[in-house]
Design a protein. Structure first.
Lengths: 316, 288
């Protein structure tokens, strides 16, 4: 077992992530763009835990992303102005919601599963949209902001120092990604791969498939909620668009664009997608068409994703 | 009170008829090809805007006849070029493709016809209420329900009594065998896709007369259509029809007693159905 071997790819990714705020300005970007890539990359990687490693097609992850974001924003606005507590609230709310909805859908497979995740995703969108008094409706929740972190001996000013906030996000990213990698290398993670490869055989071996898919679903959704919570902190704002079905589609396309079968693929996909979106939306009003075109081109010409193509080139 | 209830039940029935019309098209495509057509709402918009463009030349009735056919033509081309290469691959890919297509169509209609809402002219005799007691029953609303009833009857006639319909139903059960028996499956899937898009185009023309035209006209209809299919059971067209009418009337009735929950009630119904019958009211276990 190569449990503790670190691949060159992983080293490159971490080298880039750790130094990003220092060279991104020379590359034509800005620090907030890096933070967004890390946050949405975490969301796409969490989705890929389910999509790429368990083989279950979820098209409703924006719901849990948005739940995490709203829970964080509402904690900050209505209860305590504490960044760590708000993050915790985001993860707990998203994870619990996923755990409750999970049993309803984990019995289903394929397109049926996908459709039910889409439909359940919209529930929270409607709640956020219509419950104006609490969620602010279409206008979203504003008039709150992330709080600096006090350690007693020092203060991390994540509010005004955008590099500090980037590294703050990166710490949570590292934790989440580390835990996911650890789970995937455990016997439980191997079982998920077995279910992906041949569900019927896994069932005959006595593996409780539905329960495993449910657990994978909850893990995946909890990490997506973490990403959502960080996203709310990044913007100091949250609105129903964070919950909408097009956000779910964006996560899936990031995973596919980067490569579903590689661990870092969704992060690479998120980077490409966000940079393209940033560039296109600042140059044309019809950016929606171009984003749609990205979807079509990826599906027709790059179904294996960028890392899938690179891996193939290296192998041949 | 009773009149209010009657009004909302009938309103729910109309909306349910829309859901059913869209959901039947979605269902046809999904059953035979395993494709979740996210762009269905986009085709509804295309149907509506095409009707708007041609109605000055061919009139309301001409547009009602021609526009859905043109929309179906667009659907045939889309299937041929974009969706056909994806058969046999993971359903993830066709879902993503139609997802992107939905973006492109929405943006395209906005580009061509503008972002502002437009009025769609319907014949004046259809606009007036049927009687002063039933002031809410305009001729157009009754006409729409009747129209949907006729189309649904025609659809079930085609599926049950024509060769094409027989092949579609057989292909839904076992496409491989149908192919081995000498049916050209590519053409079958193409025509079936066109048939589904025809229903979307028709829903668009009818919706244009009631709601007016907007690039996002199909957006509010697509989620309830998915839910109609889930409640009715994947693979069952009568189930889909019933599912659509059921959630339409349910949300209409809820409007009377608890207006805020009229949207939420259909999701509650979906959760309840999934809890008791995971494969929908008329779905068969093991097919999906």
């Amino acid at each position: 077992m190569n449990t503790f071997k670190i691949s060159p790819g992983t080293l490159i990714v971490w080298a880039l992530l750790l130094t990003a705020p220092f060279w991104i300005n020379f590359a034509g970007g800005y620090v907030e763009l890096c933070t967004r890539i890390v946050v949405l990359g975490l969301a796409a990687m969490s989705l890929n835990f389910l999509l790429g490693y368990t083989g279950v097609l979820s098209f409703g992850h924006a719901a849990y992303f948005g739940l995490g974001a709203y829970a964080t924003a509402m904690t900050m606005k209505y209860f305590v102005e504490s960044t760590p507590l708000a993050l915790l609230a985001g993860v707990v709310v998203g994870g619990v919601a996923a755990a409750i909805i999970g049993p309803l859908i984990t019995r289903l497979r394929g397109v049926y599963f996908a459709m039910c995740t889409i439909a359940f995703g919209q529930v929270f969108y409607f709640i956020a949209f219509q419950w104006r008094d609490v969620t602010g409706g279409d206008d979203g929740l504003s008039a709150w902001h992330r709080e600096p972190i006090h350690f007693g001996f020092a203060t991390l000013d994540i509010l005004n120092n955008n590099k500090a906030f980037y590294y703050f996000v990166l710490v949570f990213f590292a934790l989440a990604v580390g835990v996911m990698a650890f789970i995937l290398r455990s016997p439980f993670g191997r079982t998920l791969l077995a279910i992906r490869e041949n569900e019927r055989r896994a069932r005959f071996l006595g593996i409780p498939v539905d329960r495993h898919i449910w657990m994978s679903w909850v893990i995946s959704c909890a990490f997506v909620s973490l990403a959502g919570a960080l996203y709310a902190l990044l913007n100091d704002f949250v609105d129903p668009r964070a919950l909408r079905w097009d956000q779910s589609g964006n996560f899936v396309i990031m995973a596919v664009l980067g490569g579903m079968r590689s661990f870092w693929g969704p992060l690479v996909g998120a980077a490409i997608f966000i940079v393209l979106q940033d560039y296109i939306s600042s140059h044309t009003e019809n950016w929606m068409s171009f984003v749609g075109l990205i979807f079509v081109i990826v599906v027709l010409f790059f179904p294996r994703g960028v890392l899938g193509i690179i891996r193939r080139k290296l192998a041949s | 009170m009773s009149q209010l209830l009657l009004f909302n039940v009938f309103n729910g029935l109309i909306i349910g008829a829309f859901y059913a019309l869209m959901a039947l098209g979605l269902s046809l495509i999904m059953n035979l090809s395993g494709v979740i057509n996210f762009a269905h709402g986009g085709f509804v918009a295309i149907g509506a805007y095409l009707a708007y463009t041609i109605s000055p030349y061919v009139g309301f009735w001409g547009a009602l006849l021609i526009s859905p056919v043109l929309t179906a033509g667009v659907g045939l081309i889309v299937e041929r070029i974009l969706i056909r290469p994806l058969y046999g691959r993971d359903p993830l890919y066709s879902l993503l493709l139609t997802f992107g297509l939905a973006f492109i169509i929405e943006d395209g209609t906005r580009y061509i016809w503008g972002a502002q809402g437009l009025q769609y002219q319907i014949p004046s005799w259809l606009q007036s209420p049927l009687s002063s007691d039933l002031f809410f029953l305009t001729g157009y609303r009754v006409f729409m329900v009747a129209m949907v009833a006729v189309i649904v009857a025609a659809l079930f006639f085609i599926l049950n009594y024509t060769r094409l319909g027989l092949r579609i139903r057989a292909g839904t059960l076992d496409l491989e065998t149908v192919s081995v028996l000498g049916v050209n499956v590519r053409i079958l899937r193409n025509l079936n896709f066109g048939l589904g898009i025809y229903l979307a185009g028709l829903a668009g023309v009818l919706a244009a007369g009631m709601l007016g035209l907007q690039p996002t006209i199909g957006d509010s209809l697509i989620m309830p259509s998915f839910i109609s299919i889930i409640i009715g059971g994947l693979g069952s067209l009568p189930g889909t029809l019933l599912g659509g009418l059921l959630i339409g009337v349910a949300s209409g009735v809820t409007t009377v007693f608890l207006p805020q929950a009229s949207e939420a009630v259909i999701y509650v119904m979906m959760a309840a159905v999934l809890l008791v019958r995971p494969h929908g009211l008329f779905g068969e276990e093991g097919r999906f």
